[in-house]
Ligand binder design. Structure first.
Ligand code: PMP
Length: 358
């Protein structure tokens, strides 16, 4: 969203672009929430007005992801990074299997090591995480298998998921709600909200109720038990009311636009347009291997190292109103994040700049 007259094309990796309607409705609720004459920021989370928001937000997540009654949806705090230790604290009894596909995957498996043994089933670390390993097997005596569906920093994405012999847990922080997923393959998915769901400050967890029976025999603090949050409808303690409210409005937009099928088509069109321009460019190249390319985060660099060219490209992007394009320091170059709410016109603007460098 921008209030200045010049259009800003927001390619930020997260926090990132959200639907304009989510901002408009949230601003209204800051001023006068549900006819209370009070701001949503100053009323009880247990009042009937906020309870309705909470119920709708839970229902929207269930509907969009196609979750049946075997699942609980939880809104937690602490970011996806808290899940990195909360998951093993709850579910790692002896051994867990992890797929190492990037910085966030590495952080998650590092946390797990404090709770038991970690079997890294495959890793793309040796090639600076430029692909998703294709062949690996998950040991059937692992307590769970953890993977990361989209590697925000390296611009790689899992385009298929194995039939895991053990519960599969997935960090979907940077591609949740961007495409339909076969939820039957998973036992838990989680995501920090601040890409396709809403603002930073709330973490989405969708968990199969059967997982509560798998909890390890160790002390798990009350706040870190998934079942406690489920029993309390994500209101065991004061929830992050505002991020939940904005997320609800943003997910309403996803639903109005046609749900996850429509998001997938929209995102595919944007990614195809941008990757084609990069592949046709005589000066830039993509960093991810073709079959691992992400539809959410498109990473590209000059074909030859060229700091002067990078600086000129950044300046040209700025001139064209393109924001948030700088690559993560571990890959360098540029990263264009094409989350749900980014319109194709923004990608067209970026493509024009890329084409002007030839
Ligand atoms: N996992 C992935 C895939 C991410 O992209 C990020 C953040 N960009 C995280 C985990 C960490 O999320 P948080 O900042 O919510 O802890």
């Amino acid at each position: 969203m921008t209030s200045s007259s010049k259009q800003v094309h927001n390619f930020s990796a997260g926090p990132s672009i959200l639907a304009a309607s989510a901002f408009e409705k949230s601003i209204q609720d800051i001023q006068n929430f549900a006819g209370t004459g009070l701001s949503v920021l100053e009323v009880s989370h247990r009042g009937k007005e906020f309870q309705a928001v909470m119920d709708q937000a839970h229902a929207l997540v269930k509907e969009l992801l196609g979750l049946n009654d075997e699942w609980d949806v939880l809104f937690l705090q602490g970011g996806a990074s808290t899940q990195f230790y909360q998951i093993p604290m709850n579910f790692l009894r002896t051994k867990a299997a992890y797929l190492n596909t990037g910085v966030w995957a590495k952080k998650s498996l590092a946390e797990a090591k404090a709770y038991g043994s970690v079997d890294v089933v495959a890793s793309s670390a040796d090639s600076n995480f430029n692909h998703i390993p294709a062949v690996y097997s998950v040991p059937s005596d692992a307590d769970y298998f953890h993977c990361t569906s989209n590697n925000t920093i390296y611009g790689t994405q899992m385009h298929s998921f194995i039939d895991s012999p053990v519960p599969m847990i997935c960090d979907m922080s940077s591609d949740i709600f961007s495409r339909p997923v076969d939820i039957s393959k998973f036992s838990m998915i989680y995501a920090g909200a601040q890409k396709n769901m809403g603002p930073a400050g709330v973490t989405l967890v969708a968990i199969r109720k059967s997982m509560y029976e798998q909890v390890a025999d160790r002390h798990v603090p009350t706040m870190l038990r998934y079942s406690v949050h489920a029993e309390n409808g994500s209101m065991f303690n004061t929830p992050p009311v505002f991020p939940i409210l904005v997320s609800k409005y943003n997910l309403e937009w996803v639903k109005e636009m046609g749900g996850l099928e429509a998001m997938a088509q929209r995102n595919q069109a944007k990614a195809d347009l941008l990757y084609s321009a990069i592949d046709a460019s005589p000066v830039f190249k993509g960093t991810a291997e073709l079959d691992s390319r992400s539809q959410m985060n498109v990473c590209f660099v000059p074909q030859e190292e060229n700091p002067e060219l990078e600086a000129r490209f950044m300046a040209a992007c700025k001139e064209a109103g393109i924001s948030g394009i700088k690559g993560h320091r571990s890959v360098g170059g540029f990263r264009a994040s094409l989350y749900n709410a980014l319109p194709i016109e923004s990608v067209q603007a970026l493509v024009q700049v890329i084409q002007s460098f030839s």
